[in-house]
Design a protein around this ligand. Sequence first.
Ligand code: SF4
Length: 451
Amino acid sequence: MVEVLSARKKQVLEKGKDSFMLECEKPSAAGSVSQRACVFCGSRVVLYPIADALHLIHGPIGCAAYTWELRGSLSSGPELHRLSFSTDLREHEVIYGGEKKLYAALTELIVEYRPKAAFVYCTCIIGLIGDDVEAVCARVERERGIEVIPVHSEGFKGTKKDGYRAACEAAFRLTGKDNDAPVSHAGINILGEFNLAGETWIIKDYYRRMGVEIVSCLTGDGRVAEMGRAHRARLNVVQCSGSMTYLAKMMKEKYGIPFIRASYFGIEDMTRALYDVADFFGDAAIHENTRNLVSEEVSALLPALAEYRKELEGKKAAVYVGGSFKAFSMVKALRHLGMETVVVGSQTGSPEDYEYLKEITGEGTIILDDTNPLELSSFILEKGADLLIGGVKERPIAYKMGIGFCDHNHERKEALAGYAGMLNFAKEVHASVTSPVWKYAPARRGAGGSV
Ligand code: SF4
């Protein structure tokens, strides 16, 4: 029997046994040691891939170290995003204020690196000492002639989702600038796609083959100028809905651009995403191209998956990811490999998301919101999972439990989106789950694991 903190009792349920609505979208329970990232980290992950912008973290050096190179977002050009600049606030600034240091750092960095725009991230300490970051940014913007945008992401002021919102507000300030560059009648923006291990390029290639133009991708392989014309796309396609739906809503209100949700993971969701865009344009040529693309990709993929399925059939998986939209795709993708999801949860899911997870999972599945390592590892053992899908913070949990692990978070080095990504996913899951090393893990032997 897994012990759950009393403050979290309604954030964990077992399908078929518990009938209440899962509680979510609330601050982490004190003492829970949440796996969630802070508000600042939430905004940093969303804006990080904008490769020709300066990213300056206003706070102590630890905040910058925590988020340095936190995404495997590739760039086809400049790589300024990979540098993690910090104002490195010390005791002196905590007492007398950090505005002078911020002004000096911003000016020096803009002169040195000539970015196309600058983001200044506010961390916990800025919320406490009360620096007027808006005023400093406005001054530097006037003096240097580029957008200098404060990101109000003080770490303690909410959940990771509040960080997404702060990032969307900052990104929104870069839209609506360019009314001249030519844009196709079938132009879309991709939102919430971060070019991890080059995934944006895979997705862009699918749309190109369909005859659809990508006006802007926010923010994978992102460029400031490209974001300036995003307001002229006909449709916003929002992946990772937790992080970018807020921006899509702002763009709908200001520019009248409708949006749809999409996931590029797994066969069904990838295919659905392409057909939804084709349906939106209602263009016979785009439909025809989409049909050909899907048929070509799926017919090449299925036989390859069948090989991996032979050894994975009947294995069990636990999934814990940032956004629940990705969790939906994982549950479906694992079925193609013959695997059942026995534990699933997310850091930022909404009530509707968890209801949908209930619909698509089997009886007895544990569904969790904002879990902690103790709960996660206990449920993994109780349900006999052979694999954990998560991110960098979940990796040690899997290894301590003596089970396979697949990194599906923003640090991943393997492209997992699209049909090509589904094959990589199968390869990675197979290699990890069937590794002989697990039989030597003490926790695994104690739990009578199936490897
Ligand atoms: S913003 Fe606050 S919670 Fe986030 S890394 Fe910095 S100190 Fe930690």
